[in-house]
Design a protein around this ligand. Sequence first.
Ligand code: PLP
Length: 467
Amino acid sequence: MNDDLPIIEPFRIKTVEPIRMTTREERERCIRAAGWNLFRLHARDVLIDLLTDSGTGAMSAEQWAALVRADESYAGALSYDRFEASVREVFGLDHVIPTHQGRAAEHLLFHQLVGPGDVVLSNTHFDTTRANVEDRGATAVDLPCPEGADTGALFPFKGNVDLVALERRLEEDAGRVALVVMTLTNNAGGGQPVSLANLAAVRRLCDRSGVPLVIDACRFAENAWLMKQREPGLAGVSVDSVVRRIFAYADACTMSAKKDGLANIGGFLACRDETLAARLRDRLVVTEGFPTYGGMSGRDLEAVARGLREVLDEDYLRYRHASIAYVCERLAARGVPVLVPPGGHAIFLDAGRFLPHLSWRRYPGQALAVELYLEGGIRACEIGSLMMAGRDPHTGREVPAKHELVRLAIPRRTYTQSHMDFLIEIVSRVWRRREEIEGMAIESAPEVLRHFGARLLRVPAAEPQSV
Ligand SMILES: Cc1ncc(COP(=O)(O)O)c(C=O)c1O
């Protein structure tokens, strides 16, 4: 296709779901009642929902048709055979264990491979991955590449692991490193891809240290597409071949099919080692279900079996990335601080630079996300100090997150280009009146994962002088 043509969705629409227009007064009432927390809003009060790309995509006509064909037998279902064949064909890993979603696969695998006192090294652990490592009494260590620290730097593979730091930790913690986990793309680091060269180097380091390499495969197709676009030597290689090259480096992978499985629920883990697979299946029966359905219905198995193949369609991947890059580039051209280059599944606004008059204690990411809702009914997700602040182990005081970001996650095959134009306009309007935007403070919050349940207050930008 000619690159000068407008971006169009490579599908037509067969079923529609209305979204509700609201007035600014209604949105004021809704967000106030929700304690200024977008997680507490009713979905019916949201116009364009960019809270997450997980499980929120649209299924194809073929996926819906497959649902009707599904075999719901408890054992030996045909749907499982189709699911297993699809995972084997796409990833090249022989042993396939179905689970109800990604974190269940992490739980099962880490129960076998990680123990108290161990260390797990990663480009960046996603939060459920970290929680499952820590649940085993082990330590999760993130070693992102230094280029990822600057949201404005145009490095093509900001999802890479820092190879120097990885080599050092593998030596320093020899005997304690249970696994290396590579997250593709790096969700917590801005949906940025990992390069094939980085993965190959990680494999060599793992071989030298005798440590297994696990890939968190949630966004494997988006990562493969970005490799094909950005990595020398891959432009002429088909995406399915790039995927096979990626997973040739892995001993195992965990997968949430709610992302690049193009399904609303589901997951799996896959590995090469038969003995490990047998142990995993023994545990699977206790926690998830019989090995030929795991935590899924036959219908779910069918949706994922097809989704894994459909996601490799290069027209789809080209359109998906073009649409995300379109928003990112147009916002950047208007001066809006965005994380560049555009990642695989979302546009990230740098709220720290967007609202420099708000300190991290005024939660600029949350303040910006609230304004996007008030301005145009858009629901985004703060990934900053409300969600990710840490604690100083010595003083117990809260310390800020590395970045104050707002993630606009794009559900797959769900919104159209005109929704993207609307989004650009709403962000731009908020940008134009950025200096008036007030800060946020926490009124009450749960101890764990506070961003989900917190109630907040709007407060003046200036902080009270301490006496
Ligand atoms: C990189 C990554 N790993 C793991 C998970 C966990 O998957 P699930 O939500 O299906 O449990 C997610 C979910 O967002 C993710 O983004």
